[in-house]
Ligand binder design. Structure first.
Ligand SMILES: *[C@@H]1O[C@H](CO)[C@@H](O)[C@H](O)[C@H]1NC(C)=O
Ligand SMILES: *[C@@H]1O[C@H](CO)[C@@H](O)[C@H](O)[C@H]1NC(C)=O
Ligand SMILES: *[C@@H]1O[C@H](CO)[C@@H](O)[C@H](O)[C@H]1NC(C)=O
Ligand SMILES: *[C@@H]1O[C@H](CO)[C@@H](O)[C@H](O)[C@H]1NC(C)=O
Ligand SMILES: *[C@@H]1O[C@H](CO)[C@@H](O)[C@H](O)[C@H]1NC(C)=O
Ligand SMILES: *[C@@H]1O[C@H](CO)[C@@H](O)[C@H](O)[C@H]1NC(C)=O
Ligand SMILES: *[C@@H]1O[C@H](CO)[C@@H](O)[C@H](O)[C@H]1NC(C)=O
Ligand SMILES: *[C@@H]1O[C@H](CO)[C@@H](O)[C@H](O)[C@H]1NC(C)=O
Ligand SMILES: *[C@@H]1O[C@H](CO)[C@@H](O)[C@H](O)[C@H]1NC(C)=O
Ligand SMILES: *[C@@H]1O[C@H](CO)[C@@H](O)[C@H](O)[C@H]1NC(C)=O
Length: 505
């Protein structure tokens, strides 16, 4: 048997052996959610072993129980001020961590707790700066008291603009923490260090391109190498902005006295619509490069070796606020219906394997809603539909921008019709719309078909546009869990100047 058996064994070992350190963010700001049990099946079939949540939804946690998948749960920013009281933190841990029995094989393997989300965004105007550290400390102390401290670590997912390089020396080795948050940040670093917990930061090369407005060197956003690398001291050269950003963070930590603190990347990813740089081709290029980067285990010049990083995001989320940009609803490596957007080999071995889709999704029949040919004025129809469904593909630079006005109206009405799960009357629009079985998709513009959501739909407005829909209360829900204002703040902060200056010395 010898050789054959060994070969089989090797094969078995390699099957489902993914890049170590790769995790996914599973957000749920969606009008239609997939059943957590099916999503977890998909994670397992893809060999994904780490999941980051923005909350601690019980059904999701129950679905993850007994799988061994490592789970990071999140505490919302709104709760931070209450957690300054240690008793509240103790109760929180008891009810939301201990109860899920993290150390038992049957429990939920909660290894990380995100205390707040990007609390030092300038948009929050310091409302969270003084409460985040104490909240973090109290949560970790409560974990320690519960006997979980060795395996469950509390940390604070931070926006990359907490650190920067000086404009007169824009290299990673000159990185330091933002002056206005030095004290609260030092508090946090002390707690993290004492408990051997990781520092967590979100890094987005896409945003460097987005805010660079054409001035940011395109190639630096990927991992393919560049002709003109950024030169730092000691002969170190940077060929991508991810490494440069990570090492700026490492330098800032060293400067604060923590040269060895583990850095984890809480979010990184590439959206696929809503911006000229956001399409499936570029997202695939980015992720292929990134998975391969992780697989090599080389790390960055300052932080060689293993890196833990979480893809943002698993799914598109149609209810995210688009204030920061029209790409906000398109961050998924999967569409909202659980279909993968592009092939991705999570083993990092450059195979052409595709991601496994979410099982058991009930797609709706191949029916679309379009405006009738004789309709001339679409204004109110569109604004009604787009207040309630995702119309971002119609915006400038997006996949459906070149449609005729009538086709754009159809796109909007169809988005609403599918969002309503093709419910009777949801493609009427005062008799101006009709259902067709001929797919109106054209070019890059995908007239999507909806799916049956097994989670209850949010209360929906009447299917007929009223003359005064401005009073409707069902406008898109603002983002609550995942940080929506991050990009705005990022843009207005020195982060952009820094990222740009990095490559124009
Ligand atoms: C939790 O995940 C860690 C890291 O993969 C693993 O070592 C540990 O055995 C898991 N714990 C449980 C209870 O599954
Ligand atoms: C459990 O977590 C939820 C969400 O963060 C929170 O609202 C609730 O108060 C927590 N339970 C306790 C007992 O603190
Ligand atoms: C935070 O604490 C510092 C130092 O105690 C204080 O100067 C500052 O006013 C506080 N900021 C807020 C927003 O409470
Ligand atoms: C960091 O790690 C290095 C190598 O293990 C060690 O020499 C150094 O003392 C550590 N520094 C701190 C501040 O812990
Ligand atoms: C994706 O975006 C890039 C940059 O804007 C563009 O060059 C490329 O043609 C786009 N690809 C597709 C398929 O739209
Ligand atoms: C995968 O292929 C790309 C492009 O051919 C190459 O740059 C990269 O090094 C390869 N990755 C691995 C892990 O072999
Ligand atoms: C289209 O309809 C809207 C509201 O129903 C109205 O305000 C607008 O003037 C109309 N536009 C044209 C070109 O008739
Ligand atoms: C979209 O692009 C068109 C043509 O390039 C331009 O006229 C229009 O002002 C742009 N609209 C917005 C909202 O940027
Ligand atoms: C729309 O047309 C413009 C101008 O011809 C072109 O640059 C752009 O790539 C087109 N967009 C799509 C999604 O086809
Ligand atoms: C269109 O979008 C749906 C999900 O919204 C997806 O399942 C399908 O694969 C997409 N089709 C194309 C051609 O991109």
């Amino acid at each position: 048997m010898g050789k054959k058996f060994l070969a089989l064994l090797t094969l078995l070992v390699f099957l489902g052996h993914n890049v170590e350190g790769l995790g996914v963010n599973w957000g749920d700001i969606s009008s239609h959610k997939l059943p957590p049990k099916d999503v977890v099946k998909m994670l397992q079939e893809n060999g994904i072993k780490k999941v980051k949540l923005f909350n601690n939804d019980e059904t999701i946690l129950n679905a993850l129980a007994g799988t061994g998948i490592e789970v990071m749960i999140g505490i919302s920013n709104q709760l931070l001020k209450d957690l300054v009281n240690p008793d509240v933190a103790t109760k929180w841990v008891k009810e939301n961590v201990t109860r899920f029995d993290p150390k038992s094989p049957k429990g939920v393997n909660i290894t990380l707790i995100g205390v707040g989300n990007e609390p030092f965004l300038r948009d929050y105007k310091d409302t969270l700066t003084n409460v985040t550290g104490p909240a973090l400390e109290n949560i970790q102390n409560a974990l320690n008291d519960a006997g979980l401290g060795d395996t469950t670590k509390a940390t604070v997912p931070l926006n990359a603009d907490v650190y920067l390089s000086p404009s007169w020396n824009p290299v990673p080795s000159a990185g330091f923490f933002r002056a206005d948050i030095v004290d609260p940040l030092n508090y946090i670093l002390k707690v993290l260090d004492k408990n051997k917990a990781p520092f967590m930061v979100n890094i987005y090369p896409f945003l460097s391109l987005f805010y660079g407005n054409g001035a940011f060197p395109f190639d630096y956003a990927f991992f393919d190498g560049v002709t003109n690398p950024l030169k730092d001291k000691d002969g170190i050269e940077y060929t991508n902005c991810f490494d440069a950003n990570l090492d700026t963070c490492a330098a800032a930590l060293a400067g604060a006295g923590y040269p060895n603190m583990t850095i984890m990347v809480g979010e990184m990813g590439w959206p696929t619509d809503g911006n000229p740089y956001a399409n499936v081709t570029l997202a695939e290029k980015f992720y292929k490069g990134f998975v391969s980067y992780l697989a090599k285990g080389k790390g960055s010049p300052r932080r060689p070796g293993y890196l833990e990083a979480y893809v943002f995001a698993l799914f598109d989320e149609d209810r995210k606020s688009t204030l920061p940009g029209n790409f906000e609803t398109h961050w998924g490596i999967y569409y909202e219906d659980g279909t993968p957007k592009f092939p991705l080999d999570l083993s990092g071995k450059n195979k052409t394997s595709t991601l496994v889709p979410v099982p058991n999704v009930e797609k709706l029949p191949k029916k679309w809603c379009v405006v009738k040919p004789d309709v001339k004025n679409f204004t109110s129809l569109m604004s009604y539909a787009c207040d309630r469904a995702d119309c971002t593909p119609l915006t400038n630079g997006s996949s459906c921008q070149n449609l005729s006005d009538a086709d754009k109206a159809s796109y909007a009405l169809n988005a609403y019709f599918q969002n309503q799960e093709q419910k009777d009357g949801s493609c009427d629009f005062e008799g101006k719309a009709t259902v067709t079985t001929k797919d109106p998709s054209q070019g890059t513009c995908n007239f999507t078909i909806g799916f049956k959501s097994r989670t209850p739909l949010a209360p929906s407005p009447s299917p007929l546009p009223s003359s005064d829909h401005s009073s409707s209360s069902d406008a898109k829900a603002p983002s609550s869990s995942s940080a929506s204002p991050k990009f705005l703040a990022f843009a207005s902060s020195m982060g952009v100047v820094f990222l740009l200056s990095l490559f124009f010395m």
